[in-house]
Design a protein around this ligand. Structure first.
Ligand code: MN
Length: 746
């Protein structure tokens, strides 16, 4: 439905009328800000008002009113929460960058860094387009908004902005109204709830219901209004009974409130319990507000002695506050006439938190306010804010402390279509590609972030729009493992690389087998045809044809020997008849221990090399991998690089007698020390005392004045290395001793 088809709701206002309306709204705002006593603030506010009015001069609201009324109203809503001056200025300016092409730098020049950063956050959130109805998606959006906002005040201003838009929806098309209401109900009302701002949450919910389920909304509202007098009398009656009873026990200062529940919560009750309006009896909530927690529990006792509590309805949110800091005692009692009444008991401080949520803690006070320990524990970041609140003047530092990473460990990014993908922090472009689909990931040739080409190792941040470019001929590369963070991407890349390795090894295996058979005037095809392949499998102890080809291809099997043993047993020289693979213990005496110090299962005189990545030393658990052309490479059992290799290439290995080793194993060691003269000498002497050779040493000083000593040692075995660690740890002022890998840590 287009806007034009609607009957015109526009009021034609003259320039003077517009000016008068704006001026009136501004005066009203100023009155609501009596809690701020700083002259400079009102000067700045005045400046922001005129600036925003000028910027929005050519815009008007759908009602025909001047646009500036909206930001002023948003600031006025925030005044109820007693927010700090910067949030108020940001509220007045909140649509300037988004709607009028004003650069952010101009805001910063005129109104300072803090305000500019708040406006920036609001502009960013304004750009988020909510496209899916899915509940899971909605949760991601909420998290994303929190993650992107960083500063809690941004969300507060955004909620006020949304509340004012919801209050003034009536001039929009039905379609637009429904879309905005849906989004509000899915994203912003739960966000307000999460932050414990029940005042905004309830109003948003009612306004949404009015748009989305107008008939039901109207009916509940009508029913509530119908017996208004009756209900008011009922509320008064209960209030009086409670008051009399509490006074008897000396709680003369108790404040008692009674009011109908908000429409949306009644609607939810009707829906949840499948009841008609007439059958709902707990339409009212009563609140008793007292001055201490002790009094709350005492008052609860009084209430329960007057009326019977309904089983299962008592909840102690004082002892166990909700996540959003909400505290209160909840109980439902049944009166003598059989009618239930819901009663909440809390202190006035808790009452404040309930109305304003976190905003209550955050509200602007010119004097410091004390918070109790449990409140602070709940939100350590809240603590930071409050502590920094004392130095409101130092804007930069303040802003820094306010950066709230509510979701440190995850980021939220978009596909070009607007779908949200949740990734772990530090995820790169390639992780995103695999998150979209493994086929997309595997075929990635390039990635655009926010419209710009970036390298695949590019680190993503929340709010990025990421587009993946693919090509049919692209294949995952080993290099990708250096920057892929997510386990999904890493696993897919690894498994692809293994597949590829296998395919080529299988082909080599087949070629080799064919070649060796042909030398004996045999053909592989005929052997398969005559089912003689089983003989080869039995002899080689391989499970199937594929495994056989792989083992040949990887070099685990000596093909000529195998063919000889299988088909020409009698003719072969007896020496060559040996069962493969021999176990290590059997081979101990005859195998090559020349220089490597490692025994390789089933293979004699094979070239052995040590993994550069982990540099295993005798005594450690090791595994071997067959490499083409470079013999067997030996890795630590826990080596990350070894994990990337095909398990099919794995081969059993063991150390020879460790004592006989010649001591040419290199180990990298890093020692972090405190600031003390002579500590380096102590460490080198200690190393030498263990009979270990220092090949290289490097000394650096870190920015926080700790010494970083890097050693390259050559030693014989694990025992010796452990001794070095022990001796170094015994030196005073040693902060940490650690073995390092040559390969940079991921
Ligand atoms: Mn706005």
């Amino acid at each position: 439905m287009s806007e034009k088809k609607l009957p015109s709701l526009h009021v034609q206002l003259s320039e003077q009328e517009k000016e008068a309306l704006a001026e009136e709204a501004f005066q009203k705002l100023k009155e609501s800000l009596s809690y701020i006593h700083k002259e400079e603030f009102f000067e700045k506010l005045e400046k922001a008002y005129h600036y925003a009015k000028e910027k929005h001069a050519h815009q008007s609201r759908h009602s025909g009113e001047p646009y500036i009324l909206h930001p002023l109203a948003v600031a006025e809503i925030l005044a109820e929460f007693r927010v700090d001056p910067s949030s108020l200025i940001a509220a007045v300016l909140h649509d300037v960058v988004e709607d009028t092409d004003t650069p952010l730098t101009e805001i910063e020049e005129k109104f300072g860094k803090v305000v500019a950063s708040l406006v920036d956050g609001l502009t960013k959130i304004g750009k988020i387009k909510f496209s899916s109805k899915e509940e899971r998606m909605a949760e991601n959006f909420r998290k994303m908004i929190l993650a992107m906002a960083k500063d809690f005040r941004v969300i507060l201003v955004k909620l006020a902005d949304r509340l004012h838009n919801m209050r003034t929806l009536k001039h929009l098309s039905v379609e637009k109204r429904k879309r905005i209401a849906r989004e509000t109900l899915d994203i912003y009302a739960p966000l307000a709830n999460r932050l414990g701002i029940y005042g905004i949450k309830s109003e948003l919910e009612d306004l949404c219901l009015k748009q989305l389920e107008y008939t039901i909304y109207k009916e509940i509202a009508k029913n509530l209004a119908a017996k208004k007098k009756e209900r008011e009398a009922y509320i008064e009656e209960i209030k009086e009974i409670l008051e009399t009873e509490l006074h008897k026990y000396g709680f003369t200062h108790a404040k008692i409130f009674g009011r109908p529940k908000h429409i949306f919560s009644i609607y939810r009750k009707m829906l949840g319990r499948q009841l008609a309006f007439e059958d709902l009896h707990d339409l009212f909530g009563f609140r008793i507000v007292l001055s201490s927690i002790k009094e709350c529990y005492e008052a609860l006792g009084i209430v329960h002695s007057m009326w019977k509590p309904m089983p299962g309805r008592f909840k102690d949110y004082i002892a166990m506050p909700k996540e959003n800091l909400y505290q209160s005692l909840h109980t439902t009692v049944v009166r003598q006439n059989g009618m239930p009444a819901e009663i909440q008991i809390r202190t006035s401080e808790m009452h404040n938190v309930c109305e304003f949520g976190i905003a209550a803690h955050w509200s602007y006070k010119e004097k410091n306010r004390k918070f109790n320990a449990s409140e602070l524990e709940k939100f350590s970041w809240l603590k930071q804010m409050i502590e920094m609140q004392n130095d409101l003047e130092d804007t930069n530092e303040f802003l820094d402390a306010l950066k709230v990473d509510l979701f440190d460990d995850e980021i939220f990014v978009f596909t070009p279509k607007g779908d949200v993908k949740q990734l772990t922090a530090k995820s790169t472009a390639i992780d995103f590609a695999f998150a979209v689909h493994s086929d997309v990931g595997s075929k990635t040739v390039g990635v655009k972030v926010n419209g710009r080409m970036v390298p695949l190792r590019w680190k993503l941040s929340s709010g990025d729009i990421v587009e993946v470019l693919t090509s049919k001929t692209q294949k995952p590369s080993k290099d990708w493992l250096n920057f892929a963070v997510s386990s999904k991407a890493r696993n897919k890349i690894r498994s692809f690389l293994r597949q590829e390795q296998r395919a080529s090894s299988r082909k080599i295996g087949k070629d080799l087998l064919t070649y060796e058979l042909s030398k004996r005037q045999m053909s592989l095809d005929k052997i398969i045809l005559n089912k003689k392949i089983d003989l080869l499998l039995t002899e080689s102890k391989e499970n199937n044809y594929d495994d056989l080809l792989l083992s040949i291809g990887y070099g685990k099997i000596n093909t000529r020997e195998l063919i000889g043993r299988t088909f020409f047993k009698k003719e072969e020289d007896e020496n060559e008849i040996e069962i493969l693979p021999p176990t290590i213990s059997e081979k101990k005496d005859t195998s090559s221990k020349k220089s490597s110090g490692v025994l390789v299962s089933g293979l004699d005189n094979i070239l052995v090399s040590f993994g550069q990545c982990c540099g295993p030393i005798p005594g450690e658990d090791i595994i071997g991998f067959i490499t083409r052309g470079r013999g067997v490479s030996i890795h630590n059992k826990t080596c990350a690089k070894a994990l990337d290799l095909d398990p099919k290439r794995k081969i059993d290995v063991a150390w020879t007698n460790e004592d006989e080793d010649e001591g040419n194993h290199t180990v990298l060691l890093q020692v972090i020390t405190g600031e003390r003269k002579g500590v380096l000498a102590d460490v080198t002497v200690a190393i030498a005392s263990c009979g270990v050779n220092i090949k290289k040493a490097q000394v650096r000083l870190s920015p926080n004045h700790t010494g970083i000593l890097d050693f390259e040692l050559t030693l014989n075995n694990l025992e010796q290395f452990k001794k070095v660690l022990r001796v170094i740890q015994g030196i005073p002022d040693i902060i940490c001793v650690e073995r390092r890998n040559k390969v940079k840590k991921r």
